[in-house]
Design a protein around this ligand. Structure first.
Ligand code: PGA
Length: 251
């Protein structure tokens, strides 16, 4: 059995004051015991969140890391080794906002994935198609290529210490959610692509769904056989809503 994971991606949201409020709300949550829960604040607030959540069974991660694993001359970036030093245990790589707005390529994302793993962080590889790609019937091809680059570059074994998040771009922050069946189809394809290389790795890897997940749709999505939890954007900024989503993963 794969243990569900729910991770809250705060994106570029927060101030010291609003982060303190959110920490307070998170501390009060009754979290299910059978679910791994994580939050991914902006880097500036990682220390505040780690200190504020001390003693609470909640992991903290980052939304991005540098292509180079170790500290050095790379202005404006943060190394996976530094995230690990700060107390992070996981990091997103290849979120669609970074692919689209910042032009991150599959090759760059592979390097970040490797950098994260080399510092003991669990990379959460984000994949997903745009609305145009879905309408053109290219969803599985696009997702297959995004996943395939990392498999080719690092080998399927890398996925024994990683998580994959399927996030259809058209469902992110739009209020449109993939139906449980649409999401399951892509999750099954991702697992099959990994299984073609190594069945054991495929069976063990957690595949999260992301894109307008709320407490109201989480139970149905998490009920699908290949959906092992969620990557939550907007709804993770509200502690009570986030807590309800975490409990849905425990059902
Ligand atoms: P959303 O974002 O839940 O606000 O749609 C999800 C994400 O981008 O990770």
């Amino acid at each position: 059995m794969r243990r569900p994971l729910v991770a809250g991606n705060w994106k570029m949201h927060g101030t010291r004051t609003s982060v303190a409020e959110l920490i307070k709300g998170l501390r009060q949550l009754a979290l299910p015991t059978g679910v791994d829960v994580a939050v991914l604040p902006p880097c500036l607030y990682i220390n505040q969140v780690i200190q504020g959540l001390d003693g609470k069974a909640l992991a903290v991660g980052a939304q991005n890391c540098a292509v180079e694993p170790m500290q050095g001359a790379l202005t404006g970036e943060i190394a996976a080794s530094q995230l690990s030093d700060a107390g992070c245990t996981l990091v997103l790589v290849g979120h669609s906002e970074r692919r689209q707005i910042l032009g991150e390529s599959d090759g760059v994302i592979s390097r970040k994935f490797a950098a994260a793993q080399s510092c003991g962080l669990v990379p959460v590889l984000c994949v997903g198609e745009t609305r145009e790609q879905r309408e053109a019937g290219k969803t599985l091809e696009v997702v297959g290529r995004q996943l395939g680059t990392v498999i080719e570059d690092l080998g399927v074994g890398a996925f024994s210490r990683a998580v994959v998040a399927y996030e259809p771009v058209w469902a992110i922050g739009t209020g449109l959610t993939a139906s449980p069946e649409q999401a399951q189809e892509v999750h099954a394809a991702i697992r099959a692509q990994l299984a073609a290389e190594n069945a054991e790795v495929a069976r063990g890897v957690r595949l999260l769904y992301g894109g307008s997940v709320k407490a109201a749709n989480a139970v149905e999505l998490f009920g699908m056989p290949d959906i092992d939890g969620g990557l939550i954007g907007g709804a993770s900024l509200n502690a009570d809503e986030f807590g309800a989503i975490c409990r849905a993963a425990g059902n």
